[in-house]
Design a binder for this molecule. Structure first.
Ligand SMILES: Cc1ncc(COP(=O)(O)O)c(C=O)c1O
Length: 314
């Protein structure tokens, strides 16, 4: 990024040839992308999540019933009807855009191959776009989460996989993401985004290419998050929390079978800040989300405070 900071010209919306080649290689190597596909850099993935329904003029948008709130925000911005849905698509209502998120924020749940294939089949039957938000793909814990692109058999019509370097390479401050998938859909998005000025700055494009060419830092960071999860888990269980799903991602999703605010308040008294589950949908109202992005020393401090408390809930 430093070497390309002198960037007086407009950057390319499609991405530099070097960035395009590195996303392409990574998509084949890591995502298992096959057949015809295209790609497009994003200014972080949140802008795409928020604006995709508007750019596609979607009318009915589905998203997971416990989910990152921006899927719903995107439906609202597009004046579309947003509907929270369970994992299994068999009873999903008709829609022109469906979001899935595996590994999930906040739950850490990972879709099985059967579940991914069921969503692909649903999208094909309904002629609906499937946007698969895979920004936590590299953070499995004893499991290697896989991309939807592995199961399309190279038939990528209406499929978009959404990725971000915010999590994979701890580059949230850079605003760097990308999509990979249906070439026709991406051509439409590229055209609008070009005219709307949704362009990734050149120094960031070059930093993205460098980050994608390296897997070592990702493996190291994965180990750090997973070690934090291992250490926090018993301390949370000792004070009565039940940990659900959490097989991947940057969070622990847990419950003490009480209102989320009661858990938040109890932990706040110990000086531990967590997120109430209802931020992620009404189904999360008895859960909390604990971020593993705190430093090791803060995680250790939280563990010792939990272990020191006598107020253990039975
Ligand atoms: C599920 C999910 N998708 C997308 C994003 C957006 O990330 P970014 O805009 O940094 O790429 C986040 C950030 O927390 C997220 O949790």
């Amino acid at each position: 990024m430093r070497e390309s900071s002198n960037a007086p010209g407009y950057p390319l919306t499609v991405g530099t040839p070097a960035l395009r080649a590195s996303i392409r290689d990574w998509a084949i190597r890591r995502l298992g992308a096959k057949g015809e596909f295209d790609l497009l850099p994003l200014i972080g993935s949140k802008e795409l999540v928020a604006w995709l329904p508007t750019l596609l003029q979607s009318k009915r948008v589905l998203f997971p019933e416990v989910a990152y709130p921006t899927y719903s925000v995107g439906a609202i911005l597009a004046s579309a009807v947003g509907t929270p849905v369970p994992i299994d698509p068999s009873a999903w209502p008709d829609a022109d855009l469906a979001w899935i998120n595996s590994p999930s924020n906040p739950t850490g749940r990972v879709h099985s191959i059967d579940e991914l294939e069921a969503v692909i089949a649903w999208g094909r039957a309904k002629n609906s776009v499937i946007a698969s938000d895979e920004c936590y793909l590299d953070f499995g814990h004893g499991i290697k989460p896989t991309s939807i692109l592995m199961y399309t058999n190279g038939e990528n019509k209406n499929i978009l996989a959404v990725h971000s370097l915010s999590k994979r390479s701890s580059m949230a401050g850079y605003r760097a993401g990308f999509i990979v998938g249906d070439p026709n859909l991406i051509a439409r998005l590229r055209e609008i985004r070009k005219h709307a000025g949704m362009i990734v700055p050149l120094p960031i494009q070059n930093a993205m290419a460098a980050a994608l060419a390296d897997e070592l830092h990702v493996a190291k960071q994965r180990q750090i998050y997973n070690a934090r999860r291992e250490r926090l888990k018993p301390a949370l269980e000792r004070v009565g929390f039940r940990i659900e799903e959490t097989r991947a991602g940057l969070y622990i999703w847990c419950t003490r079978d009480e209102e989320d605010w009661d858990s938040v308040a109890w932990l706040a008294e110990l000086g531990i800040l967590v997120t109430p589950g209802h931020f992620y949908g009404v189904k999360g109202a008895r859960n909390i989300r604990i971020a593993l992005t705190a430093t090791d020393s803060h995680i250790d401090e939280a563990i010792s405070r939990l272990n020191a408390t006598s107020r253990v809930k039975k």
